[in-house]
Design a protein around this ligand. Sequence first.
Ligand SMILES: *Cc1c(COP(=O)(O)O)cnc(C)c1O
Length: 212
Amino acid sequence: MLERIAAAAEQAGRSSEDVTLVAVSKQQPDEKIDAMLATGQRVFGENRVQEAAGRWGRRCADPAHAGVELHLIGPLQTNKVREAVALFDVIETVDREKLARALAQEAGRTSACPRLYVQVNTGEEPQKAGVAPGEVDALVALCRSLGLAVEGLMCIPPEAEPAGPHFALLAKLAARNGLTKLSMGMSADYELAVRFGATSVRVGSALFGPRG
Ligand SMILES: *Cc1c(COP(=O)(O)O)cnc(C)c1O
């Protein structure tokens, strides 16, 4: 996996060090995650706060989890913000004003805040989370006005469409907002995403096998 990411980066004239593999451990058995940790992989993605808390919640006390960086890649309800801020190093799914305000409030309370990405619904699919492309600038500006440091943008392209145009759109929206990080690309298209400038790819099944 890392070799293929590195090769895709090189082909695109980029350094492999500029692309982080987020190993998506949701719904995977502990043995597979332990094996992944044993390879040295340290960045993991989870899409549910509760499931992630069960697996990683005591990671400060668990030497096997030393150095793990945890990303939330699923939707975040405002009533889970406190738990999410305490658990995750990166929240990739900021997609509405109410959530931004709740994160800012929690960051003020604890004087700590995860790194943040704004999730963009590039395909404008009604069932999918994420802010519409036309509302990205306003949400990023709002986050900044609340004192939240947005680091980048994240997207999940529509399944039935070629992903390239969605990756290109995300890159354009990020550049326009002075953001340098792009979380895009999953098992089926992570190499393509790297060619379009992904700085992190979120890979689950291609790394661990099918989910339980
Ligand atoms: C599950 C998930 C992934 C990983 O999907 P795979 O196709 O198994 O690589 C990536 N991103 C998000 C947001 C996910 O929910």
